[in-house]
Structures are given as C-alpha cells and as structure tokens.
Design a binder for this molecule. Sequence first.
Ligand SMILES: NC(=O)c1ccc[n+]([C@@H]2O[C@H](COP(=O)([O-])OP(=O)(O)OC[C@H]3O[C@@H](n4cnc5c(N)ncnc54)[C@H](OP(=O)(O)O)[C@@H]3O)[C@@H](O)[C@H]2O)c1
Length: 277
Amino acid sequence: MTRLGGSTVLVTGAASGIGRLLSLEMARRGARPVLWDLSADGLEALADELREIGADPLTGVVDVGDSAAVAVAADRVLAEVGAVDVLVNNAGVVSGMPLTELSSADIERTFRVNVLANYWTTKAFLPSMIARDRGHIVTVASAAGLIGVARQTDYSASKHAAVGFDESLRVELAQSAPGLRTTVVCPYYIDTGMFDGVSTRFSWLLPILAEDDVVAKMVRAIEHDRARLLLPPLLYALPLMRLLPARLFDAAMDVLGVNVSMQGFVGRPEGAQKSPQ
Ligand SMILES: NC(=O)c1ccc[n+]([C@@H]2O[C@H](COP(=O)([O-])OP(=O)(O)OC[C@H]3O[C@@H](n4cnc5c(N)ncnc54)[C@H](OP(=O)(O)O)[C@@H]3O)[C@@H](O)[C@H]2O)c1
C-alpha cells in the first residue's frame, strides 16, 4: 500500500485537468502537494484552493521537458520539503494533426513533454527514493500508448514510449529497489478539454471519461500499488485483439470508431482552462 497521508506528492502539469484534480484529491487525503506546471497563474489559483482545504503546497513554474530546469527545480524541492514519496508524471501535450501537417517543432515538443520529461523528473527523484527503498512513480500515459490512432502519430508514439518507460522501470526496480512501486495509467479520452472535439461511436463501450472519475480511480490504483490502470475496462481486452492479423485489428478499431475519433478535434484553445468545480 502507498499511504498518501503524510506523504509528499509531486504532480507535473498540475495547473489544469487531471493534474489539478489529482493534486486536490491527494491533499484531501493528507498529502503535501508539490505542483509543477508552465502556468504561474494556474498554479497560484490551485495553491489558493489547496490552502483553503488546509494543505501547504509548494509550487514551481517548470518546463518539464527542459532537463536543466528540472534539475534546478528538483534540488529546490529536495532542499525545502525533502524526498518525494509519490511522483506523478502527468504533464502532457497533443498536436492532433496528420503527419503531413506536423512541424518538426510540434513533433519535438510532443516528445520533450510526453517522453523525455519522464526521464528528467524520475532521474531527479529516484536516488532519494532508492536510498529510502520507498517511493512510487506514476506515469500518466494513454490508451494511445497501447494502440496507434489516426492523427496521433506523434502523440501515440510518445505514449507508447511512456508505457515502455514505465514497464522497463518497473522490472528494473524489482531487481534493484524492491520497495519502490510504479503505476502506469492508460485512459481513453477524458473530458478535461485537452481533446475537445473528439468523438466516440459506442459511448457505452468506449465512453469519453469524466475527469473526476478517472482521478478517483487513479488515487485508488496508487494507494493499492496497482502496476496498471486501463480505462475503460474494454482496454484490458486489447492483448487478445492484438492476436488478430493487422488488417482485422484495424478493421475492429474502425468499427469501434477509434480512427475517426480525432476528425473533429480542436483541443483546448490557447489559454483556456476548464473552470474549477
Ligand atoms: N484528456 C484526455 O483525453 C487524456 C486521455 C489520455 C491521457 N491523457 C494524459 O493525461 C495527462 C493530463 O492531461 P489533461 O487532460 O489533464 O490535460 P491538460 O488539462 O491539458 O493538462 C496538462 C497540463 O500539463 C501542462 N504542461 C504542458 N506542457 C508542460 C511542460 N513542458 N512543463 C510543465 N507542464 C506542462 C499544461 O500546462 P499549460 O496548460 O500551461 O500548457 C497543463 O496544465 C496528459 O499526460 C495527457 O496526455 C489525457
């Protein structure tokens, strides 16, 4: 079990969406939140909310894709609040365009934030976790880390990398630091605004997930040291579906509407955040 009460949790991409709700939920359970994001205003608003429920947050404006910035910010955290018990690699970006329309800057940004950031943050906090043989690394990947989706060549590949990062780290730590835990989270679309405009064909089978429901399940998965959380449950059938020849697998995904899901994608307009609830 990972106890959140009395622990220090660091959430990247904390100023909106899943990161924001997760920070609030973990603080309600007695965790001390450390919040990193690009948005100073978003962090300050969340810090105010957290103080209202009695938490004592530490905030940092950090570009998690920048290894030097992460190293400096991590030193500050270690000096001011000590070792981190739970690190949630949540910050993420999406481009939502066909490959021919993606610029090299788009592709590099996706890999900096969705992949490389996991290395910079985890390398910064892992030594202190290993020294105490205690700690939990959470990787927020995606269902797109388990299947390729049209208009997601950069996003889906980056999330496949995140899933591979978690799995390799998990088995590596089982050999060298058995007290540590990892959890990878692979949700289908969530109503945070990041994927505004996407559609689903069979909402009873592949629903657009509610962010508070996802966060409640994430908290339970972390507390129970679950290695994997896939949402909705249909995703657990993917390994079986993968036994199909590629053409049949693609046809099955087409029937489910997965490869037209991004056709109406608009994403979150610059600067717009889902209002606090
Ligand atoms: N929403 C979905 O449908 C969905 C589905 C599956 C998985 N996920 C994953 O879940 C995670 C959270 O997504 P969300 O829906 O909550 O999205 P979100 O509301 O857009 O939150 C992402 C947060 O990451 C921050 N961020 C982006 N680049 C950053 C950087 N370089 N350094 C620090 N922070 C950065 C963003 O800050 P700014 O807003 O200031 O840029 C934002 O606050 C992501 O990893 C996403 O890929 C989302």
